[in-house]
Design a protein around this ligand. Structure first.
Ligand SMILES: C[S@@+](CC[C@H](N)C(=O)[O-])C[C@H]1O[C@@H](n2cnc3c(N)ncnc32)[C@H](O)[C@@H]1O
Length: 386
């Protein structure tokens, strides 16, 4: 397999879009025949925390995996509804200061009009396949940092829409940052993540939580997630946290307990989930109105089954899109998400009371990604009506 072609229906996470480097560590093909890459995300415990909205730089330095970006716009598109606004793009291509404070001017990516484009044609990516024995940028990074600083994540680079969970999304990094900032909140808790994708936020949660139920749908995705949990056992075991990868489909009313089905629930897990869960997480799962409906209905159903009051912590990226239908820039998926928050705000349905609060994204940034203004964090508090 020499090359990967981005088709017109390919979805590519911004986390991978703007990485300026040219090498990937491709580790295998997954069950769908998609190339799987290994990236390291470094936790910058000692760095001065950057708390602004990312205008200072794109902070790509700590995404140690070297990735070849698609060689220009149009070869792959971010999540539907993203529109991938100019404002967002500019942050990715912005200027930075080096360690001495000098202006670090970044070259623009090659374009089709370049007489001698430096890279491959814009509709192709040529992953450099590195083996562990050869020069391995990830291994260098790992040597420089203690394992406590490194989260290793297997992911794909680009997928069809139905496989978006195999990529890492900025919302997962924002949520992970919040967990790291609010470690006390998660200490010893039982946590449920919905639509966990690669499992990054669950892994971070499990560095302090007692049990994290890391859930999604699809055996191939869940297997990848399970591998990531294993890859980061050193992080979670240190605090005694356990991550359990399970299938939880928002389009189903029940949890699958058939032992023949991979990632199904044992009766003990179901009982533990309902008895002890107090925090629910979901990152970047609001991109399709039907799925958003299903997600909120699942949240409500779960909240009614949990024995304790709970808090749902949700990250969302307000993606702007120019639509022909409106002849204007809109953010329909985000608007639909906000309409659900308005419905829940102050709702008391007889048994439960809901309250909604936006969390300012001004907490320290320990992971490196573009914390653009459009990234938001919301909390929904659910407690019994007395
Ligand atoms: C954009 S990805 C976000 C993944 C991860 N949270 C992140 O931020 O990197 C959306 C996730 O929602 C999951 N999802 C979509 N439909 C679902 C359903 N019906 N039940 C459970 N998860 C679903 C996808 O599999 C995917 O992992």
């Amino acid at each position: 397999m020499d090359e990967v072609t981005f088709k017109s229906d390919t979805v590519l996470s911004d986390v991978h879009l703007y990485t300026p480097n040219h090498r990937h560590l491709m580790v295998r093909l997954n069950g769908m025949g998609q190339p799987v890459f290994l990236s390291q995300f470094k936790l910058l415990w000692n760095r001065d925390s950057r708390t602004d909205s990312g205008a200072e730089g794109d902070g790509r330095g700590a995404l140690l995996a070297e990735e070849t970006p698609p060689s220009g716009p149009g070869s792959a598109r971010p999540l539907p509804g993203s529109g991938h606004s100019d404002a967002t793009s500019q942050v990715g291509l912005g200027t930075r200061l080096d360690e001495d404070g000098d202006l670090d001017v970044e070259r623009r990516p090659p374009t089709a009009s370049d007489p001698e484009p430096a890279g491959p044609p814009r509709d192709k990516v040529h992953p450099t396949i590195l083996t562990q024995e050869e020069e391995d940028p990830l291994a260098d990074g790992a040597r420089e940092s203690s394992p406590r600083d490194i989260v290793r994540i297997e992911h794909t680079m680009a997928t069809p829409l139905e496989d978006v969970g195999k990529q890492v999304w900025r919302g997962a990094l924002l949520l992970a940052d919040y967990i790291l900032f609010q470690r006390d909140l998660f200490q010893g808790r039982t946590v449920l993540e919905l639509g966990a994708g690669t499992g990054l936020a669950s892994i971070i949660a499990a560095t302090v939580a007692r049990t994290v139920y890391c859930t999604d749908v699809g055996a191939d995705l869940l297997a990848m997630c399970q591998r990531n949990i294993a890859l980061n056992g050193h992080l979670t075991a240190a605090g005694g946290g356990v991550v359990k990868v399970k299938e939880l489909d928002w389009l189903r009313d029940d949890l699958c307990t058939d032992p023949e089905v991979p990632f199904s629930w044992s009766q003990e897990d179901v009982s533990d989930l309902y008895s002890h869960t107090t925090i629910l997480l979901a990152a970047e799962v609001f991109y399709d109105d039907d799925l958003t409906d299903a997600l909120f209905e699942t949240l409500s159903r779960l909240a009614h089954k949990l024995q304790n009051a709970c808090t749902a912590i949700l990250s969302v990226e307000k993606r702007l899109n120019f639509t022909l239908r409106h002849l204007d820039v809109t953010c329909e998926a985000y608007d639909h998400f906000r309409s659900w928050l308005r419905r829940l705000e102050g709702l008391a349905d007889g048994r439960l009371r809901f309250a909604v609060e936006r969390v300012e994204a001004s907490f320290p940034q320990l992971l490196v990604y573009e914390r653009i203004q459009q990234l938001e964090l919301w909390k929904i508090f659910v407690e019994p009506v007395m």
